[in-house]
Ligand binder design. Structure first.
Ligand code: ADP
Ligand code: MG
Length: 397
């Protein structure tokens, strides 16, 4: 569907998104720049994406009336978060182009299915996930606690609904594992071996309906307390051979399931010489990702542009990065002083520095750990980008 096309009833080309967060907002911006109308389905009346969209359907993600309205307005529909019920995408796909498909989102929603997918791909991708065991019942817990000492120390992660380090407990002993499973509510979990990470990286891949695949150069990510803090996207951020291995693995992980849309695959880099040394695949997000926000200012096409092109069936531009970049996430903490009172960050000083690009998501309330925006830093060379990043960090710290 082209942005200047109308449907049989004469209505304008409209792209829909399930979810109203910042990823939806940046998707809407990209769609509108091409000339599309947009529709957001999101219950929150003040959501970042709903505030900037032509249409905002304020219902729950599984509300039949809201979904019918979305299908009626839109020729193609995507999702901006993976916890939208996969059945909803499946039902919408009966009438409309939906990308990514329900099956792909279903895999990414569930760490057990996700790891099974990575394992099935390993022969082609050449990359394994961390050693793990599935725990869904008290019996499985007993067996794992008794027989899988090789997974300790490890991290117990809920199979579903975890994000930003939530739904995870680090365990050193079998007794701690048993207590942690109870603490997580006895829900389906995976116990993953704790690996000695030297770095983390991610790859953004976009795949079209016709199988065309493009990808961005892999970026290095730094997490603090389970939340992405900084993305380094420039030559030298990762060893070139490792970056190429990650890129090829992500392409094969997307192709294996005939994925359509933008997919982010996250990897661990494990110390060479240790048991699982090298690249290890961690998880995948069936959508644009926080670690790809630098593409908004450092590339000829952003991850959101690619999502629009992929879902609408337009040819995918080959992404090319024209500037080294560092992305700093802006969490609510930036707006809070030591006693938790609201303060105004020193934006005039930050924006006076060369190559700073501020992106705020329109969220009214600043809470600790809440993603409020991000700041991209670009520049003529890596050294000057790093210098500006240090100055910004000092101003906002
Ligand atoms: P989330 O869904 O919250 O992003 P992840 O599985 O990516 O969950 O874990 C969050 C972070 O915790 C990772 O980015 C990494 O820093 C750390 N982590 C997770 N699993 C492991 C592991 N097996 N070994 C070492 N560190 C890990
Ligand atoms: Mg993660």
């Amino acid at each position: 569907v082209f942005p200047d096309q109308t449907d049989a009833a004469g209505r304008p080309a409209t792209l829909g998104v399930l979810g109203g967060g910042q990823l939806g907002r940046m998707f809407v911006h990209a769609a509108q720049r091409l000339g599309y109308r947009t529709a957001v389905l999101e219950p929150d009346p003040q959501s970042p994406a709903g505030l900037v969209s032509h249409h905002h359907i304020r219902t729950a993600y599984n509300d039949p009336t809201g979904l019918a309205q979305l299908a009626d307005l839109c020729q193609a529909i995507t999702t901006e978060f993976e916890n939208v019920p996969a059945e909803v995408l499946h039902a919408l796909a009966q009438a409309r182009h939906v990308a990514p498909a329900a099956a792909a989102v279903g895999i990414a929603q569930d760490r057990i299915e996700e790891k099974a997918h990575f394992t099935a791909c390993a022969a082609v991708s050449g990359v394994m996930c961390a050693p793990y065991a599935v725990i869904t019942t008290p019996d499985e817990l007993r067996v794992v606690a008794a027989e899988r000492a090789d997974l300790l120390p490890g991290i117990l992660k809920t199979a579903r609904l975890g994000y930003d380090g939530k739904g995870q407990i680090r365990v050193r002993t079998a007794a701690a594992l048993t207590a942690a499973w109870a603490e997580l509510g006895g829900v389906a979990c995976v116990l993953e071996k704790m690996l000695p990470l030297t770095a983390e990286c991610s790859v953004l891949v976009a795949r079209g309906w016709d199988g065309q695949v493009v990808s961005f150069v892999p970026q290095r990510n730094v997490h603090v307390a389970g939340i992405l803090a900084v993305t380094h996207a420039y030559e030298g951020a990762l060893p070139p051979a490792l970056a190429e291995q990650a890129r090829a693995a992500a392409v094969s992980i997307a192709g294996y399931i005939g994925y359509v849309g933008v997919l982010c695959v996250e990897f661990f880099v494990v110390a060479d010489g240790s048991a699982h040394g090298g690249l290890v695949v961690n998880e995948m997000a069936p959508r644009p990702h926080n670690s790809g926000h630098y593409t908004l200012d450092a590339c000829n096409a952003s991850q959101f542009d690619l999502q629009v092109h992929a879902m609408a069936g337009l040819p995918l531009p080959q992404p090319r990065q024209h500037s080294p970049a560092i992305m700093l996430n802006l969490l609510g903490d930036v707006w809070l002083d030591a006693s938790g009172e609201r303060r105004e960050p020193n934006w005039p000083a930050v924006l006076s520095l060369p190559g700073t690009h501020l992106h705020l998501y329109g969220k009214a309330e600043a809470r600790a750990g809440r993603k409020m925006g991000h700041l991209n830093i670009t520049g003529p060379d890596v050294a000057s980008v790093k210098t500006v990043a240090r100055r910004v960090a000092a101003l906002l710290g």
